[in-house]
Design a protein around this ligand. Structure first.
Ligand code: GDP
Length: 297
């Protein structure tokens, strides 16, 4: 989702000579294959958006896969990029790297000041290792490797599989299916009280290119919308966009995860970047993408 959004944005800004590779051509968990790719293609600027990702249930179920696949993918790419003399690399992490009970909104300096949320600890530990690897390569070797931590993302090429997806695409799918089948209610996981911040992936892509062009420091950079909403409010918003008028049921047998995850985005805002796509408009366009046979808009 993020990689294709960055590619669309780079193309729309007139960048040429883009090197891409999907998972059928290159398994990023295999070190020798990644080294060969860098030797042959010799990229100069690397956006490291590849990762094994998933929602609360997938993270909580496939814990070993989440930590090991992500450590392998990022270690192989960061090492090969450094060894092959890449000019600059941007590593993308996630807002789940911050402590579960971090003060809100979350500033970059709250990293490693408390325990992580258990439902996504394996993913978060891998992402913290990647962020630190970039920081230490800068300190030890002067490598221009930077990192950014986006909040919860959504948009074209999202995962709409109910078992593994994040909440926003899951609810688009659930309300759409209920609307189509005439079901009287939709089940939403957890209590509905956790709060999340959502950013459209095209805004995330804009921030990634902005940082690649304008930022060269070791400290990571938060990327978010700047406001959050409760899962219950999100459910009502999505049911409204989809046109579902039945009942919404909250099933507390499912975990809530971290109570709140709102990023403080002063650092990137002060550098001159702001997001553009408001939530309702973004959900409406994500829903159109979902309905149009899931082809990029
Ligand atoms: P998180 O931000 O890492 O916790 O990941 P998610 O996006 O998967 O979940 C966010 C919140 O939405 C959690 O409190 C979930 O329990 C809640 N949620 C409600 N309904 C759903 C659903 O259908 N799928 C998912 N993934 N989460 C849901």
């Amino acid at each position: 989702m993020v990689g294709s959004a960055i590619q669309r944005k780079l193309e729309s800004e007139g960048y040429q000579n883009l090197i891409t590779s999907d998972r059928s051509e290159l398994d990023l968990r295999r070190q020798a294959d990644v080294e060969k790719f860098f030797d042959e293609e010799k990229p100069e600027y690397v956006f490291l958006a590849a990762a094994k990702v998933g929602g609360i249930q997938a993270n909580n179920t496939y814990k070993a896969d989440f930590i090991l696949d992500n450590l392998q993918i990022q270690t192989n790419i960061i090492t090969a990029a450094h060894q092959s003399g890449v000019k600059k690399l941007l590593f993308l992490g996630s807002s789940c790297i911050y402590p579960k009970m971090a003060p809100q909104p979350i500033k970059e300096e709250y990293l490693l000041t408390g325990s992580l949320e258990p439902t996504n600890e394996p993913y978060a530990i891998a992402k913290i290792a990647g962020l630190k690897a970039c920081q230490y390569l800068r300190e030890q070797y002067g490598a221009d490797f930077i990192s950014m931590m986006p909040t919860n993302l959504y948009g074209p090429n999202d995962n709409f599989d109910l078992k593994t997806s994040h909440v926003l695409p899951a609810l688009i799918r659930k309300f759409h299916d209920a609307q189509e089948s005439g079901a009287p209610s939709v089940e939403v996981w957890g209590s509905g009280t956790p709060r999340r911040e959502f950013l459209h992936v095209d805004d995330c892509a804009g921030a990634a290119i902005f940082l690649m062009e304008n930022y060269s420091e070791g400290e990571t950079v938060n990327v978010g919308w700047g406001e959050d909403i409760s899962i219950a409010e999100l459910a009502h918003l999505i049911s409204d966009v989809v046109g579902f008028s039945g009942e919404i049921i909250f099933n507390t047998d499912y975990p809530d995860g971290t109570p709140r995850k709102l990023l403080d985005t002063s650092r990137i805002n002060n550098l001159g970047w702001r997001p553009k796509i408001a939530l309702r408009e973004g959900i409406a366009s994500a829903y159109r993408w979902f309905q149009e046979g899931r082809q990029p808009a």
